[in-house]
Design a protein. Structure first.
Length: 164
């Protein structure tokens, strides 16, 4: 029987992709998941401040060719951890896109020790800051864009005589 179980790194990077589905800026969808000892500590995606309008609804807010309406996925994951009083010290950050410089600096200062990202990212100042700070960058092939669920294995979702 074929084993389709994803390895841990692939699993958490897929979770980051899943988080990115909630992103609200059409210019870019990002997701970030912090993990320590195989436990998810916090997740984030790029989105507007709580209660404020989304780029998707009112358009982007462009400054110097960047949309500044949203907090980036890494920052939103950090703030989620902060709200819940969770330390991310020593954790791994799984991110769907290589961080911008500001997010890299924030993750480094928060004690992130490893970053896992898709293999085809472009080297940026973030890469340099991570490397200079002794943070391991692992590059992974992009997991399949489609998550296939084997519906027959969800017994409760199966149509039975009764539910028909
Ligand atoms: Zn936007
Ligand atoms: Zn960023």
């Amino acid at each position: 029987m074929k084993n389709n179980r994803p390895a841990w790194d692939e699993y958490f990077l897929k979770l980051a992709m899943l988080a990115s589905e909630r992103a609200t800026c059409p210019r870019m969808h990002c997701g970030c998941v912090f993990v320590r000892d195989k436990f998810v500590l916090a997740t984030g995606y790029n989105g507007s401040l709580p209660g404020l309008p989304h780029c998707e609804d009112v358009g982007c807010l462009i400054v110097d060719n960047h949309c500044v309406r949203t907090n980036h996925a890494e920052i939103n994951a950090l703030t989620q951890a902060a709200i819940h009083g969770i330390s991310v010290k020593g954790a791994t950050a799984y991110i769907t896109n290589m961080s911008c410089t500001s997010c890299a600096k924030a993750l480094i200062a928060a004690g992130i020790k490893r970053v896992v990202v898709f293999s085809d990212f472009h080297d940026t100042l973030a890469t340099q800051f991570y490397t200079d700070s002794g943070i391991e960058i692992s590059k992974l092939d992009m997991p399949g864009k489609i998550i296939n669920y084997e519906i027959e294995k969800y017994t409760s979702a199966k149509k039975t005589e009764k539910s028909n």
